[in-house]
Design a protein around this ligand. Structure first.
Ligand SMILES: [Zn+2]
Length: 591
C-alpha cells in the first residue's frame, strides 16, 4: 500500500476508492446542495402551474432542467452514502444530507403530478416530442391511475408510519433481539444460520434446532404481524389504489407484464426435478443415506485455497478480454483509477455492491475481499454491474437505472463467463465444489425465490386470517414440491417461513430475483449458441440502461418475454450444467 499526498492530506492509496472524483470535500458537497436549492426556486417560479401553457420544445427543456437538478442531488447523495459505507462514523453527515435532499426533492413533486393531470391531448403531444424522455413520461402516465389526490397521498404517507411500517419495524426489532447461546457465546440470527454451512453434521443439526426453538417462541407474534402486513398491503394497493391484484404494483415498478411473470413461474415450477436431481447427487457425494433440510448447504470442498487479490484481478480481466474488449477496458480502468474499495476494515460495511453515480463520474465498487474462491465470483459480479452502470450513463441520469428485473444483466453474465473460464483451468477434484457452489447459488435465486412467490400467492389469495399452522402447512407443501424426494424436510423446518424479511418488508418482491437470473441464463445460452452479432447487441442493450421496457429491449435478440420457450432456454442451460456435474460425480465415484 502506497501513501500519496493530495491537498496536503495524507491519503492511503491502493485497495481504497477515491471519492474526490465526486467531491473534493464535504464542504464542496454542501455548497452543491445550496446551489441545487436555489435552482429549484428558479425552476418552480418558471414552470409551476404553467406546464399547460408550454410548447412541446419548452416542456422538453423543463424536463432537462428537472433532470439536471436531480442529477446534482444524486451526486451529493452518492458521495455521502459512499463516505458512510467505508466509515460508519460518518452516519451523521449522511443523515443530514439525506434530510436536506428530501426537503429539496419534495419541492419538485408537483412536476410529475401536474404533468399527469394535463389534458390528454396536450400530454401526448409533449410525450411525442420529448425525445429520450419518452419512456419515462409514459411510465408516469402508466402509474397515474393508481395515484390519489395530493391530500389523500399525504394522509396515506402519514398513516403508513403507524400501520405497514409499524409492523415491519416490530419484525425488525424482534429479530434484532434474537440471541442464542453457542458454546458460551451469545450469537445472533445471521451467525447462527452460518453454522448451516459447517462441514460437521452435528453442528448443522444443532444450529437448525436452536433456530427452530427461537422461531417457535416467536411464532404467535410473527403470525399476527404477517397477517397484518398481508391485510394492509391488500387494503392499500387493491381497495384504495385500485390495483387488479396484490402483486400488480410490483410488476408495474419492475416494468414487466403479469403474463411474463406467470410464464416464468410456470416454467420454474415445471422444472423443479433439476433441484431434486442435484440434491440426490449431493447426497451420494456426502455418502449419506438421507439428506435432511440442515444438510442442504453442507460444503463439498475439503480445503479452501487462498487467492491473492492480484490473482483474482488477472483471472477476471482475462475472462473479460475473451468475451469483449469493451468489458476488459472498463474493468481495467476500474482497477487503475481506484473505483474499488477492496478489503474489509473496521467501520466499513459488510457485503459487496456496485453503486452507480451520475453521468461523467464512474461507478464505485465495494468489496470485502477475504481471499476465497467465492470472492473472485463476487469481484466478477460487481464489476459486471459497474460495466453496465458505466455504459448506461450514456442514456442520461433519469434513464440510466434499470428496474430490478434487468439489473443483473451484466453481473450474473460476468459470473457465468468466469465460471466457464475456471472450468478450463481446474482439476476434477476442484471442479466438483465449483459446480456445487455455482448450482446452489443459482437454485437459491431461481427456484427458492419462486417457492417464496408460490407461498405468497397462496397466502394472499386466502380470505381472512391464517393461523400459524396453516402458514406452516403452505410453507412445507411448497418447499416439498421443489425438493421432491431428494431432501427430507423435518418437522422443524415448518416454521421457517417466519424469518424471511422480504415477506414482511416487500411482498411479491422475490420473483424479480428469479426473473433476473433466468433472463441472464437465457441470454448466456444465446451467446453460447453463437447468436449473430451477440456482443454488439448485448453492449447496446447495456447502454440503454432503463430507457426502454425490458420487453422491447429483448426483442432485438428475437426474444419474447411472454413466451414460455424463452424461459425454457435458460432452463436448458441449467440442465446441461447439472448433467456435467453428474458426469463429474460419476467419474469421481468410479475412481
Ligand atoms: Zn447483483
Amino acid at each position: 500500500m502506497t501513501t500519496q499526498k493530495r491537498n496536503g492530506i495524507e491519503r492511503k492509496r491502493g485497495g481504497e476508492w477515491d471519492l474526490s472524483h465526486l467531491f473534493p470535500s464535504v464542504e464542496e458537497a454542501e455548497e452543491s446542495l445550496k446551489r441545487s436549492a436555489r435552482k429549484v426556486e428558479i425552476f418552480n417560479t418558471r414552470y409551476k402551474g404553467r406546464l399547460g401553457t408550454l410548447e412541446p420544445h419548452q416542456f422538453r427543456r423543463a424536463v432537462e432542467e428537472y433532470e439536471k437538478i436531480l442529477e446534482s442531488l444524486g451526486r451529493v447523495h452518492t458521495y455521502a452514502f459512499l463516505l458512510f459505507a467505508t466509515d460508519s462514523s460518518k452516519g451523521g453527515i449522511l443523515n443530514r444530507f439525506e434530510q436536506e435532499i428530501t426537503k429539496i426533492e419534495t419541492q419538485l413533486l408537483w412536476f410529475e403530478l401536474e404533468f399527469i393531470r394535463l389534458p390528454e391531448k396536450r400530454r401526448s403531444k409533449f410525450i411525442e416530442e420529448s425525445g429520450k424522455y419518452k419512456y419515462l413520461l409514459l411510465q408516469w402516465v402508466e402509474e397515474a391511475p393508481y395515484r390519489l389526490g395530493e391530500k389523500e397521498e399525504q394522509i396515506l404517507t402519514k398513516k403508513e408510519l403507524t400501520s405497514f411500517s409499524a409492523f415491519t419495524r416490530l419484525f425488525d426489532e424482534e429479530m434484532g433481539r434474537f440471541r442464542v447461546d453457542w458454546d458460551g457465546k451469545e450469537i445472533g440470527e445471521e451467525e447462527l444460520l452460518s453454522h448451516l454451512y459447517s462441514p460437521d453434521r452435528e453442528t448443522r443439526k444443532r444450529a437448525q434446532i436452536l433456530m427452530t426453538l427461537e422461531l417457535e417462541k416467536r411464532l404467535p407474534l410473527l403470525t399476527y404481524l404477517y397477517n397484518r402486513v398481508v391485510e394492509d398491503w391488500k387494503l392499500t394497493n387493491c381497495d384504495i389504489r385500485g390495483f387488479e391484484s396484490p402483486e400488480a404494483p410490483r410488476h408495474l415498478s419492475n416494468r414487466v407484464s403479469q403474463k411474463s411473470v406467470d410464464k416464468l413461474v410456470e416454467v420454474v415450477n415445471k422444472n423443479t426435478d433439476i433441484v431434486e436431481e442435484y440434491y440426490n447427487l449431493k447426497r451420494e457425494l456426502l455418502g449419506y443415506s438421507h439428506l435432511l433440510d440442515y444438510d442442504r448447504y453442507a460444503p463439498l470442498e475439503s480445503r479452501e485455497e487462498r487467492v491473492p487479490f492480484e490473482e483474482a484481478k488477472e483471472v477476471v480481466l482475462n475472462t473479460f478480454q475473451n468475451f469483449s474488449p469493451t468489458f476488459h477496458q472498463i474493468a481495467q480502468r476500474a482497477f487503475d483509477d481506484n473505483w474499488i474499495d477492496v478489503y474489509p476494515r473496521s467501520g466499513k460495511r459488510g457485503g459487496a455492491f456496485s453503486c452507480s453515480t451520475t453521468p461523467g463520474v464512474h461507478p464505485y465498487v465495494l468489496l470485502n475481499y477475504t481471499h476465497t474462491r467465492r470472492d473472485i465470483f463476487t469481484l466478477a459480479h460487481e464489476l459486471g454491474h459497474a460495466i453496465h452502470q458505466y455504459l448506461s450513463q450514456q442514456a442520461g441520469y433519469l434513464n440510466q437505472n434499470t428496474p430490478l428485473t434487468t439489473a443483473e444483466t451484466a453481473s450474473i453474465f460476468a459470473e457465468m463467463l468466469l465460471f466457464q473460464q475456471m472450468k478450463k483451468e481446474l482439476s476434477r477434484e476442484e471442479l466438483i465444489p465449483l459446480y456445487a457452489s455455482k448450482l446452489e447459488d443459482i437454485f437459491a435465486t431461481l427456484f427458492r425465490q419462486i417457492v417464496f412467490t408460490n407461498f405468497e400467492r397462496r397466502v394472499f389469495s386466502h380470505i381472512g386470517e391464517l393461523t400459524a399452522d396453516q402458514l406452516n402447512q403452505i410453507w412445507e407443501e411448497e418447499n416439498r414440491k421443489m425438493f421432491g424426494n431428494s431432501v427430507i424436510l423435518t418437522s422443524n423446518y415448518r416454521s421457517w417461513w417466519s424469518y424471511i424479511p422480504h415477506f414482511y418488508h416487500t411482498p411479491f418482491y422475490c420473483y424479480a430475483y428469479s426473473y433476473a437470473e433466468l433472463l441472464v441464463l437465457t441470454l448466456y445460452q444465446l451467446y453460447r449458441e453463437g447468436y449473430p452479432r451477440f456482443e454488439e447487441l448485448y453492449l447496446s442493450l447495456l447502454k440503454e440502461g432503463g430507457s426502454r421496457p425490458p420487453q422491447l429491449q429483448f426483442e432485438s435478440f428475437g426474444l419474447n418475454l411472454e413466451d414460455p420457450n424463452f424461459w425454457e432456454r435458460g432452463i436448458k442451460f441449467l440442465r446441461e450444467m447439472v448433467e456435467e456435474f453428474r458426469e463429474l460425480v460419476r467419474k469421481e465415484k468410479g475412481k
